[in-house]
Each structure stands twice: as C-alpha cells, then as structure tokens.
Write a protein that binds this ligand. Structure first.
Ligand SMILES: [Zn+2]
Length: 228
C-alpha cells in the first residue's frame, strides 16, 4: 500500500514531486497541444498525419528511437510537415528508466537517430510511462532537453476502445493550455491504433467548435522545439 501510494505520488501525470514536469501551460486561452506517443508505427502514423495535415493542425510526436529506425520515412514526414518531433527514449523499456547510465543512453541514442533521419535534434523529452525519477530528470536536463508530461486522453486507450469513446473522453478532459496525450503506437512494439487515429479528426472538430485552437508543445510552453 505504501509502495503503491509512493508509486502514484511519483508517477501520476501531474506529479511535480521530483521537479518541474509540465503537463499543461498556465493560460486562459482556448489552446491545446495534441501529442502522440510511441510512434512511428505504420500505417497509423501516416494516416494520422493525413488527418492533421488535412485540417492544418500541428501536433507534437514523442517518438521511440527504435520505431524511428523501423519507419524512418514517417519520422521524416513529421518534421517536413511542420509538426514537432520529441524524444520518447530508444527502447521504451521500464528498467532503462531505473538507472541513470542507461537513461542517458536511451536519450542520447534517439537524439542521434532522429538527427540522422530528419536533420533536427529534439529539445523535448517525454519519459516512457511519464516516469520522472530524479535521475531521469537529471539525465534529461544534462542533455539540455525539456521534460514534458501531459493528460492522458483516455485511461484505457491502450485497449483501443471505440474511437467515439476516445473522442468524448479527450474532449471532456481538454482545458485551456492542456497537453493531450494520445498514442500512434504501443511502447516500442507498434500494433493496431486504428481507433486512436479515427478519434483525432472528430476530436479536432469538436474542440474547434468550442473555440479551441491547436499548437505544439514548444510553443505552448515557450521553449525551443529543437536543440539544432
Ligand atoms: Zn510511451
């Protein structure tokens, strides 16, 4: 019980006990940042980009290095289309987050891969499972990145409930300054994400009807998207 409480205290998305870990921007403006984790994962990442590009909405993709190696053209399209590509570790391994030397390596390796594929070096890092142990934050800070949290669109998105449920849950949770977390992959394993992709167009339309506009995490937080 104590351990469970400690885990929740440390890892819940809004936990700030280990230092600044922004999950939203302080603003009254009706603006949200849509973020997509665990890609690239084809064909879902490309379908998602079609949805976003068709609506002229820019989003932030926290990609896994191993997945970017597998689907480099999807990673490249994210950057070329004007979306922002952030680092989401190399292997999405839980145990890698438990030790600082491996955490450093998880970040650095993906920085190198993304630079090779896209030409940019991410300045944003979202740790897998939003685990922000002090040594994780230290490793992120040490490499000059900004750590980013967010609000999960739906607690059971991993199980791919019907798209309309994802849309409804995400729209209900969105507030001015929200950083909304959806997934175009699953950890480093890929897998079907059709419901998540199908939820995004209606989500954008619903929020736009409520007066929301969309931006990327770097702009929302007022930090640079890339180190170079
Ligand atoms: Zn993830």
């Amino acid at each position: 019980m104590v351990l469970g409480t400690a885990y929740w205290t440390a890892f819940r998305p809004r936990s700030q006990v280990f230092g600044p870990f922004p999950y939203r921007a302080r603003t009254a403006d009706k603006v949200v940042a849509l973020t997509f984790d665990d890609g690239p994962n084809e064909p879902y990442t490309s379908r998602l980009l079609d949805v976003l590009d068709h609506r002229g909405v820019k989003a932030t993709f926290f990609q896994v290095g191993r997945c970017a190696q597998r689907f480099p053209s999807a990673a490249r399209r994210v950057v070329e289309s004007g979306h922002v590509l952030g680092n989401h570790s190399y292997s999405h391994s839980f145990t890698s987050g438990l030790r600082q030397p491996r955490q450093h390596e998880e970040i650095r390796r993906t920085q190198d891969i993304v630079q090779t594929i896209t030409g940019v070096v991410p300045a944003l890092y979202r740790p897998p499972w939003l685990c922000h142990w002090p040594w994780v934050l230290h490793a992120v800070d040490d490499q000059g990145l900004q750590v980013v949290s967010g609000t999960f669109a739906h607690p059971l998105e991993v199980l791919q409930p019907p798209a309309r449920m994802l849309t409804t849950a995400a729209a209900r949770r969105a507030k001015p300054g929200s950083i909304v977390i959806l997934h175009d992959g699953r950890e480093a394993r890929g897998g079907p994400r059709a419901q998540s992709v199908a939820a995004v167009g209606p989500l954008i339309d619903r929020l736009a009807d409520q007066g929301y506009t969309f931006t990327t995490v770097d702009r929302l937080l007022g930090v640079p998207p890339y180190l170079r």
